[in-house]
Design a protein around this ligand. Sequence first.
Ligand SMILES: COc1ccc([C@H]2OC(=S)NC2=O)c(OC)c1
Ligand SMILES: [Zn+2]
Length: 261
Amino acid sequence: TGNQWGYGKDDGPSAWNTNYPVADGDRQSPIDILPHQARHDPNLGPIVLNYDRCTSINIANNGHSVVVEFEDSDDRSVIQGGPLDNPYRLKQFHFHWGGKGCHGSEHTVEGNSYASELHLVHWNAVKFKTFGEAASTSDGLAVLGIFLETGDEHRWLHMITDALYTVKFKGSVTDFKGFNPKCLLPSSLHYWTYLGSLTTPPLHESVIWIVVKEPMIVSEKQLGKFRTLVFTGEEEDERTRMENNFRPPQLLKGRTVRSSN
Ligand SMILES: COc1ccc([C@H]2OC(=S)NC2=O)c(OC)c1
Ligand SMILES: [Zn+2]
């Protein structure tokens, strides 16, 4: 019915342009990042995250990913600086990942993909009244992308992976209070930045992308817990494992990628 989309053979990224023609637009995401072709811009200041008063609300399985939502009725948790002209409010974060042994990041670097990618989604509440309005208007959103690479166990990611069994099925939501995503960030926030889009339908070209160069390290075991989620609802017959929920890189179409130092 309606605009059903997914990551399968028939409803996956190559079919999205049928119901969402912007899929073939001029500022689509993700992209393959070529560090040597990125323009180092000395005017690009550091990214500043003020998450200390952030208020997480719940964790949910929306049938495409696992999402942690935040209270965004005031400027209690914002990102600013870097390429941003205003502070952008933290709305939610979610992940994209691959199958066992395969990689699942959305952005790639010189054709190389990481095991997974975390998206911290922020919206410009100075210029827009609602997230929905910001999400459908140029530069209404700022998404901080963090790569996940497998290696040692991440000391704080268990706070998320320990909750995943409570949101196994599409449509499940459980309380998730007191989580500050600052604990997930790598030590350096050097980044690439470019103008792009949402990476799932409706694919709005509304995102200022900030992709952090240094990956966070998580264990294969921790990553495996994301694959215990399913795309399907508890009432449905089939149990389709949630994995490979990533869109492949899109054409740059003349865009410039800038690099902080
Ligand atoms: C309506 O809210 C949405 C809709 C889609 C996305 C996708 O775009 C990116 S980026 N990752 C996604 O899964 C979203 O994330 C900001 C938020
Ligand atoms: Zn995303």
